[in-house]
Design a protein around this ligand. Structure first.
Ligand SMILES: [Zn+2]
Length: 455
């Protein structure tokens, strides 16, 4: 999801959350923790998949498998128990079936499946990249997607023998790259490794890219909860050395720069700016070990996009750039949902009948069933009236996820809802902090409060 809020809000059009789900209730402590050293090497294995089909039916196939550079992720937290994302992939030992590694994620192609075009006669193909540490022994990779009840169901399964002759290093792009180390706070396995890829920065704009990178870093450093956890981040950036202009493409203006990595007008939404060639983007990104991919686009036009653990795209020069990046990064990094409901988007899914998986959206208004219930004071009414008395209070406010009714958000105002100088609400803050901790290989951040807390 996850285009930015339209500049001029239009009356409610729209759509609904994708078939989302009731949390599967996986308990972190119930799973045996696999040993990284026993099962994996500290090298990244990248598996590119093609998913083709339409709303009714899809099939999955391997496009390419190869070995990239060092493994940037945690060697401690191999199993993802957060139950976020539209999709989940699991790596299991082929012989014993033991779960060795898993990650939830979302996908731009999953969003396309919720558009009206996907219910038409034409099938399309989407690109999915899975990265995980190189297994020492044969494994099975199982891809799951949420079914109508919101729970993960089997979608595809692949076997992989790491001793196979064709598991070669991933081919490098024949493009000279400028690599910039902007922030280094420690070893990759214990840090959130951000990678920013430049789009639309030819050699003549190389200095501007550095200035824009510094502004992006400054926006993280000036906004909680990123600011107080910044020492858990590394940030590197890459720019293809080229004399030509690059992206973004602007289809409605007839602008199709051949080297563009991103394009406006995704799914017909002018402001939805997303990668347009995932293979090239992932090939570029694969040259630098990372946990999180950001594309910084050199344009003054308003737009952006963020899909959980797939990408965050932000523009460098629009009037709302700090808002834009921090809003989209909420989607791309932490899986936060849009809390607004007054702006047109392209998704056309029915009213959700199961609990959204996004940590900041719910169908529940019963305190005991509310997933952020421990952050709600006893004196706060549920549902919570949308008036100024409840500014800054955590409750259950009706309207969110592109729906004015039936979906509830945690706060009146939040960066996932409002433009301007609005911070993340307490629930989004908690979700971001949890994701920072998980990605950095920590059970929780220092000072993370587990019990009831003031909004
Ligand atoms: Zn929020």
């Amino acid at each position: 999801m996850k285009s930015p809020l339209a500049i001029v809000p239009v009356p409610l059009l729209v759509s609904l959350l994708l078939a989302a789900g009731t949390p599967a209730g996986v308990c972190a402590t119930s799973l045996p923790k696999p040993s990284f050293e026993k099962h994996f090497q500290a090298t990244t294995l990248r598996m590119d998949l093609v998913r083709a089909g339409h709303a009714e039916e899809q099939s999955w196939a391997i496009e390419h498998v190869g070995v990239e550079g060092a493994w940037a992720g945690s060697r401690r937290l191999l199993i993802d128990t957060m139950d976020l994302g539209e999709l989940l992939f699991e790596v299991r030992d082929a012989e014993s079936g033991q779960l060795l590694f898993s990650r939830g994620f979302s996908s731009l192609f999953s969003e396309w499946l919720s558009t009206s075009e996907a219910r038409g006669p034409n099938a399309r193909a989407g690109h999915e990249t899975l990265r995980f540490p190189l297994p020492r022994h044969p494994v099975r990779i199982e891809v799951k997607e949420r079914g109508e009840n919101g729970r993960f169901e089997a979608a595809a399964s692949f076997s992989l023998d790491p001793s196979r002759y064709d598991l070669a290093p991933w081919p490098k792009l024949p493009i000279p790259l400028e690599v910039i180390d902007l922030l280094h706070n420690g070893a990759m396995e214990s840090r959130v490794d951000l990678l920013v890829v430049a789009d639309g920065y030819p050699d003549s704009q190389a200095e501007k890219f550095r200035r824009d990178l510094n502004r992006l870093l400054a926006s993280l450093a000036s906004e909680e909860p990123w600011a107080s956890a910044l020492d858990l981040f590394n940030l590197r950036a890459i720019r293809a050395r080229s004399a030509s202009a690059g992206g973004p493409a602007e289809p409605r203006k007839g602008l199709f720069e051949p080297e563009a990595l991103t394009s406006f007008d995704t799914f017909g939404s002018p402001r939805y700016l997303c990668p347009k060639n995932f293979r090239v983007l992932e090939d570029l990104a694969g040259s630098v070990p990372h946990d999180v991919l950001i594309v910084l686009v050199n344009t003054a036009r308003y737009g952006g996009g963020g899909v959980f653990r797939q990408f965050t795209v932000s523009t460098a020069d629009s009037e709302f750039d700090a808002y834009l990046f921090l809003h989209e990064f909420g989607h791309g990094f932490a899986g936060l949902g849009d809390e607004y409901y007054t702006s047109a988007v392209a998704y056309e899914t029915p009213t959700p009948s199961v609990e959204p998986w996004e940590p900041n959206l719910t169908l529940q208004t019963e305190r005991s069933a509310l997933k952020w219930g421990q952050l709600v004071q006893d004196s706060t009414p549920l549902p919570t009236p949308d008036d100024a008395r409840f500014d800054g209070v955590v409750g259950a406010f009706e309207g969110g996820g592109y729906r004015a009714h039936g979906v509830f958000r945690p706060a009146r105002r939040c960066k996932m809802k409002d433009k301007g100088a609005v911070g993340y609400c307490a629930v989004c803050t908690r979700a971001i902090r949890r994701m920072i901790a998980f990605t950095a290989g920590l059970d929780e951040l220092p000072g993370q409060r587990r019990t009831r807390e003031a909004p």
